[in-house]
Design a protein around this ligand. Structure first.
Ligand SMILES: Nc1ncnc2c1ncn2[C@@H]1O[C@H](COP(=O)(O)OP(=O)(O)OP(=O)(O)O)[C@@H](O)[C@H]1O
Ligand SMILES: [Mg+2]
Length: 386
């Protein structure tokens, strides 16, 4: 069986945390079977690699792998997306259409955010899981399919069951094996490693020297709660890589990029009005708003500094035209939405149907990425103080 280290390289998974290793090991163990797997863990912990690993190591690897984001498909169309529909089944159904369960016959379907499935769809899914049978919407003719299901959720399924939003029988069918991905704050040893990997990637992407953290900043990185987990760490590495002129980052600078959230229960601020199931989307929107604000603030700081240094408004204006336009908009108007608009965005996250990813997971890694772990080790020996 392929070793865990080589799987990590293949799927570009960074880290050596024992719980993460165990999760990957579990994925390799269940891969050759048809057991249903439920991947659990907070938002941004890296759940999406698990179904890809399972599919790639299974006998289904040459058949289709379809990832469906259940939370992004409107309730009215999800049955048709998953199971297909007959011509004339509803207004606009001008042709018979195959659903993902038909298309992925012989392969794997990844049901991301499975807790968001409407109850009616849950009934259909239970049937497929029990005997491989399903009905197209508007049809009474049973069809058969042979699909391996891997599901993922970042919500507490027991809560959902208690609130009768999720069927208990379906939960047990889906979670024959549960693979939990630990939050980043519990993977202390991996945090700086991941940060350096992202800093190196973004340094290359934006053609700038890689940022490095001073020791006190590293300590802050390790203590922070990371409510958005690896996704948040990556975003912050990107922002700092782009916005900071000095490539050595000290504690106050890093601190400026970390949202101060008290107990870090960020979503509680906006969790009142929206559906509870919109939790993770709202959190992401809030991060984005905070990051954008921080970005604007940094731009303003730079501009003020230029003004102070040069004492020549016209020159500064000329030299920083793009920055000024970014902050103040095309016509010099302040580019800030009024508070009502902003609240609407926060409470009503847009839910567009997403195209399912019908491509097989990438099997090959570029040699550069492959050698990243070695690169880090080299850096460590060369720079013992970093
Ligand atoms: N161990 C890791 N090494 C490198 N990158 C990682 C790792 N874990 C996660 N990532 C990256 O972090 C980001 C978030 O991961 P992913 O999309 O899998 O999160 P998730 O658990 O599915 O979150 P959500 O519940 O919000 O969908 C992705 O860009 C992913 O590539
Ligand atoms: Mg995900």
């Amino acid at each position: 069986m392929e070793g865990i280290q080589s799987i990590k390289q293949r799927f570009e998974i960074i880290g050596n945390d024992p719980k993460l290793n165990r999760a990957i090991e579990k994925a390799t163990q269940v891969a050759p079977t048809d057991i249903s797997v439920l991947v659990t863990g907070e938002s941004g912990v890296g759940k999406e690699s698990i179904p890809k690993i399972i599919h790639s190591l299974s006998h289904r690897k040459h058949a289709k792998y379809i990832a469906v984001n259940c939370g992004a498909i409107p309730e009215g169309t999800i049955d048709s997306e998953l199971f297909g529909h007959e011509k004339g089944a509803f207004t606009g159904a001008t042709q018979t259409r195959s659903g993902y369960f038909e298309v992925a016959d012989g392969g794997t379907i990844f049901l991301d955010e499975v807790g968001e499935l409407p109850l009616t769809t849950q009934v259909r899914l239970l049937r497929v899981l029990e005997n491989g049978e399903f009905l197209k919407v508007g049809s009474s003719q049973t069809q058969k399919t042979d699909v391996r299901i891997v599901a993922a959720t970042n919500v507490n399924m027991f809560e959902a069951i208690k609130k009768e939003k999720f069927r208990e029988d379906l939960y047990y069918r889906l979670s024959t094996v549960e693979i939990n991905i630990p939050p980043l704050r519990e993977r202390t040893e991996d945090i700086h490693l991941l940060f350096r990997k992202f800093a190196s990637d973004f340094g290359q992407k934006y053609k700038m020297p890689t940022i490095r953290l001073q020791d006190d900043a590293v300590q802050l990185l390790l203590k922070y709660r990371w409510p958005g987990n690896i996704r948040q760490l990556r975003n912050i590495a990107e922002q700092i890589s782009v916005l900071e002129e000095s490539r050595t980052i000290n504690l106050p600078v890093l601190n400026g990029y970390l949202p101060t959230t008290g107990d870090s229960n960020l979503p509680a601020v906006i969790g009142q009005k929206g559906k509870e199931s919109d939790f993770s989307t709202e959190r992401e929107i809030l991060y984005k708003v905070l990051f954008d604000m921080k970005g604007d603030l940094n731009d303003l700081k730079k501009l003020t500094l230029e003004l102070l240094k040069n004492n020549d408004t016209e020159k500064v204006q000329e030299e920083n035209e793009t920055l000024i336009q970014k902050i103040y908009g095309e016509n010099g108007e302040v580019n800030v939405p009024d508070s009502e608009d902003a609240m609407e965005v926060l409470q009503l996250p847009e839910r567009k149907p997403e195209h399912a990813d019908t491509t097989a997971p990438t099997m090959a890694s570029s040699p550069d990425k492959y050698h990243f772990a070695e690169e880090i080790e080299e850096e460590e020996t060369l720079s013992p103080n970093q």
